[in-house]
Design a protein around this ligand. Structure first.
Ligand code: SAM
Length: 285
């Protein structure tokens, strides 16, 4: 057999299984980094079409191409609902995307970032510099500790906004999806405070989404679910928002025009709360 002139790269694919029967596959150019942090496995791969891909315990956290569809919506819906978001708490979000969006708001005076795994922050700074500017913002105060414990020990009425950018409810993130944790968040919010959390997939985590919304309804006078389209999370993605005073359905309280955003607009802000009928039914609306 004559050897080929050129060796073509192998046809490598990463498969994320959302369920036993359904998944998402990304063509991979190669591996960039793999390590075990002590808490979780961290992998960074280079994909053909979506830029770099971050995996924690073999679950997709983000790709460079579509991370804005998640981070902008987790952050700007609550921050533009609140007329004066000055003190913000971010739980999780070690990749930096959420911090990057929070620190775009000039009204924000102080951000406390509580991430349990310092190694996620380190590799994100190294391999995802475009997500990292928030780590260097002087308003940000990093605490490497468990978000569940942090909130238990938090002084009441400390924050205008709490954002929970967590992994799925497994391992260290399990307790971030409990009614007790949401109660601790409620206590840590000021009078007009808003809590927003990622609430899973309305396709394959329906119970989780409904459970989170139910817990929010018990705690907050205003409890809503809104959606974004996050293609590498399998399509639509849900966020739960609990507010003590300000209703996100009233729309943004300030203009977002000057910010370099790619997903969030005042129309999207309102439109994201319009839910398909099957989701309304799942939520008991
Ligand atoms: N947007 C992503 C998603 O939905 O797949 C989540 C991204 S972010 C990387 C999730 C972060 O939550 C991880 O860095 C993880 O270490 C952190 N985390 C998990 N449990 C935590 C806890 N109990 N306290 C603080 N951070 C936690």
């Amino acid at each position: 057999m004559t050897p080929p002139d050129k060796i073509e790269p192998l046809d490598l694919w990463y498969l994320e299984k959302f369920s036993e029967n359904w998944g998402l596959s990304l063509r991979i150019k190669g591996g960039i980094h793999s390590a075990f942090s002590g808490l979780q496995r961290i992998d960074i791969l280079e994909t053909e079409e979506f830029g770099r891909l971050l995996l924690l315990d073999s679950a997709i956290m983000l790709t460079e191409k579509d991370e804005f569809t998640y981070h902008e919506m987790l952050v700007h819906v609550p921050l533009f609902t609140h007329p004066s978001p000055q003190r913000v708490l971010v739980i999780g979000g070690g990749d930096g995307g959420t911090l990057r969006e929070v620190t775009r708001h000039p009204q924000v005076k102080e951000v406390t970032h509580v991430e349990i795994d310092e190694e996620v922050i380190r590799v994100s700074k190294e391999f995802f510099p475009q997500l990292s500017p928030g780590f260097y913002d002087p308003r940000v105060n990093l605490k490497v500790t468990d978000g569940i414990r942090f909130l238990k020990e938090c002084s009441p009425k400390s924050y205008d906004i709490i954002l929970v950018d967590s992994t799925d409810p497994k391992g260290p993130a399990e307790g971030l999806f409990t009614p007790q944790f949401y109660k601790d968040c409620h206590n840590a919010l000021k009078e007009g405070g808003i809590l927003t959390v990622q609430a899973g997939s309305p396709y394959f985590q329906q119970d989780l989404m409904a459970r989170v919304h139910k817990a929010f309804r018990k705690l907050f006078p205003i409890a809503r679910v809104y959606l974004s389209g996050v293609i590498t999370y399998g399509g639509m993605w849900a966020f739960a928002l609990g507010s003590k005073k300000y209703d996100p359905l009233q729309g943004p309280s300030r203009a977002s025009k000057g910010l370099p955003l790619k997903y969030y607009t005042p129309h999207i802000h309102k439109g994201a709360f319009i839910l398909p009928k099957y989701i309304e039914e799942l939520l008991g609306l």
